[in-house]
Design a protein around this ligand. Structure first.
Ligand code: 0GY
Length: 306
C-alpha cells in the first residue's frame, strides 16, 4: 500500500461533537445527502480527485445518523472517490437496508455491473458540473449513461452552479429519468429569492420531473451562521430560498446533512444546528414529514413507503 495522501491544506475536519438537535425529527427521517470518505487506508481516493479529504467513514456516519435522530441515509458518491464506488457500496451494505446509494458510473459501465449496483442498493447516478470538482464531461457521454440507467428506474442527481443553468437547462430537460438537484441549484443568496435567477430555477423544477435538495445552507450562505431571538437559528440568508422551494414543491423536496462537508475552509457546521435549521424552511409538521420521510421514502424505498 502506498503512503497515505495528506489532507488538502486549509480543509476543515467535520465537527466532532455535534449538538443534540432541539428539533425532534419525525420517526423514519432520511438524511438524503451525505457521503463517506475512505477511510483512505481501506478505500484509496481517486487519482483524478481535486481534493484530498480527511477520513469520514461509515462508522462515523452511522453514529451521526443515530445521534441526530435519523433512521436512514442516502450516500452520494463524492468526487474524491471518482467512479470507484467501493467505499459507498461498503457503507450501504453495512447499513442493513438503512442506506441507499447514488453512484458515479462511466459511459462504458456494462449492464451487468449496473444491475449489480442496483441489487446493492444504488438508485441513482450523479452528474457533476461544478468546475472546481470535476473535469468537464461531454454531454454525449452523460446521455449514454442516462439511457443505460433509465430502465433500472434510477434518477440522475445534478450538481451545478446557478450561473450555469441557462446553458445546461436544455440538456437536463431532455434526460430520460427523474432529476434531483443538489443544494437548490446553488443560488447566489445575495440576490432576492423572488428575483429572476431563482425564479428561473423554480420554473425549471415546475416544468420537469425534478426534485430539489434543500441542503447546504452552510455552503451557500454569505453571512454565515447566526443566532436570532435567542433561538437556534442558522444561515438566515439562505432561509428564504429553502422556504420558497418547500412551499412551492412540498412533494418534491429532500433534506440532508452533507456530512462530512467536503471543501469547507471558513467554518464547519454543527450538524445539530443544521437539523434545527430545518424548522426554518419547513415550518409545519406536515411539511417536515414530507421533506424528511414521505418524499425520500418514495424515491429511495418505494416498496416501504406508505
Ligand atoms: C457536496 C458538495 C461538494 C463536493 C462534492 O462530490 C464532491 O466532491 O459533492 C462541494 O465541494 O461543493 O455536495 O458534498
Amino acid at each position: 500500500m502506498s503512503a497515505l495522501s495528506p489532507k488538502t491544506p486549509g480543509w476543515l475536519d467535520w465537527y466532532p461533537e455535534p449538538s443534540e438537535p432541539a428539533l425532534a425529527l419525525p420517526p423514519g427521517s432520511v438524511d438524503a445527502h451525505c457521503h463517506v470518505f475512505g477511510p483512505q487506508a481501506t478505500f484509496p481516493f481517486a487519482p483524478e480527485r481535486k481534493y484530498t479529504p480527511c477520513d469520514g467513514g461509515k462508522d462515523e456516519l452511522f453514529a451521526l445518523r443515530d445521534h441526530l435522530g435519523f433512521a436512514r441515509n442516502v450516500i452520494v458518491q463524492a468526487t474524491c472517490h471518482g467512479a470507484d464506488n467501493s467505499a459507498m457500496l461498503d457503507a450501504v451494505s453495512a447499513s442493513g437496508g438503512r442506506a441507499r446509494g447514488v453512484a458515479t458510473v462511466r459511459p462504458d459501465t456494462g449492464e451487468d455491473e449496473l444491475r449489480a449496483l442496483d441489487a446493492a442498493g444504488v438508485r441513482g447516478v450523479r452528474f457533476n458540473f461544478v468546475k472546481r470538482l470535476v473535469d468537464a464531461a461531454p454531454t454525449e457521454q452523460l446521455r449514454t449513461i442516462a439511457e443505460k440507467v433509465a430502465p433500472l428506474g434510477w434518477h440522475i442527481v445534478l450538481y451545478f452552479e446557478a450561473a450555469d443553468l441557462p446553458e445546461l437547462e436544455h440538456f437536463f430537460g431532455a434526460l430520460p429519468t427523474p432529476l434531483v438537484v443538489d443544494h437548490m441549484g446553488r443560488p447566489d443568496v445575495t440576490r432576492p429569492s423572488d428575483g429572476p435567477e431563482f425564479s428561473r430555477f423554480l420554473r425549471f423544477v415546475e416544468h420537469h420531473d425534478v426534485w430539489v435538495k434543500v441542503t447546504c445552507p452552510e455552503r451557500l450562505s454569505v453571512t454565515g451562521p447566526s443566532a436570532l431571538d435567542g433561538q437556534r437559528h442558522s444561515y438566515t440568508d439562505v432561509v428564504p430560498f429553502g422556504r420558497r422551494v418547500v412551499e412551492e414543491f412540498p412533494d418534491r423536496v429532500l433534506w440532508g446533512t452533507d456530512w462530512p462537508h467536503p471543501n469547507l475552509t471558513g467554518h464547519m457546521p454543527d450538524d445539530g444546528l443544521l437539523v434545527d435549521g430545518i424548522a426554518q424552511v419547513a415550518r409545519t409538521e406536515e411539511e417536515r414529514h414530507k421533506l424528511l420521510v414521505d418524499n425520500p421514502m418514495r424515491l429511495y424505498w418505494p416498496d416501504e413507503a406508505v
